[in-house]
Design a protein around this ligand. Structure first.
Ligand code: AMP
Length: 211
């Protein structure tokens, strides 16, 4: 089954996607990760995206949609869209793309997490620069400070996880992404999952939904 995983920044989309990859062999399409890879590779796409990302703003729809179209055209077996769509215009464009490519989405899962919790998750989040493993300063610190348990890479704070940028990201989420709930309710694909629980508990519920 193909899935859309959506929710505010820090809701746990990336964490749940990692588990779905590991346990269900799904492929993650994370537009945020794709942009970060493009920034690392200093491509034109990366340079354009960085201007918006550093400010906590959304990358323009035309850029994101083109990028997702390229990935979908590869013909993935079962995928999770993580962080896309993020606007109603992107959701509409996605419908068109899926129709054109004869692909269907099973469920659009919304991870619900209260605002106060999101703030703590995002300000405390740290990531490995090399392999992307996610940590949290209080609830999941690496065994050795600043060093990734998995690959030994440098563990850092994302530029857009700084307090002032987080505020813009959360505002952007409310204005542009939150309306997607109504969009997917209308399509009959919407499922809400309480994301304010232990990672494994959240996973169990998602696992049930997709089975
Ligand atoms: P994420 O890793 O999903 O939190 O995304 C990090 C940043 O990448 C966002 O704050 C946006 O600037 C950009 N981004 C990721 N996905 C999208 C999208 N679907 N539409 C617009 N911008 C995006």
């Amino acid at each position: 089954m193909n899935l859309i995983l959506f929710g505010a920044p820090g809701a746990g989309k990336g964490t749940q996607s990692s588990l779905l990859i590991e346990r269900h062999g799904m492929t993650q399409i994370s537009t945020g990760d794709l942009f970060r890879a493009a920034i690392k590779g200093q491509t034109d796409l990366g340079k354009k995206a960085q201007e918006y990302m550093d400010k906590g703003q959304l990358v323009p729809d035309s850029i994101v949609i083109g990028m997702v179209e390229e990935v979908l055209a590869k013909g993935l077996k079962s995928f999770i869209l993580d962080g896309f769509p993020r606007t109603v215009a992107q959701a509409e464009a996605l419908e068109e793309l899926l129709k054109k490519m004869n692909i269907s989405i099973g469920k659009a899962i919304f991870l619900e997490v209260p605002m106060g919790i999101l703030m703590d998750r995002l300000t405390g989040r740290r990531v490995c620069k090399s392999c992307g493993t996610v940590y949290h300063v209080a609830s999941k610190p690496p065994k050795m400070e600043g060093k990734c348990d998995v690959c030994g890479g440098e563990v850092v704070q994302r530029n857009d996880d700084k307090a002032d940028v987080i505020e813009t990201r959360l505002k952007t989420y409310h204005e542009f992404t939150s309306p997607l709930k109504e969009f997917y309710k209308k399509s009959g694909k919407y499922v809400e999952v309480d994301g304010n629980r232990d990672t494994e508990e959240v996973y169990k519920e998602i696992d049930k939904i997709i089975k």
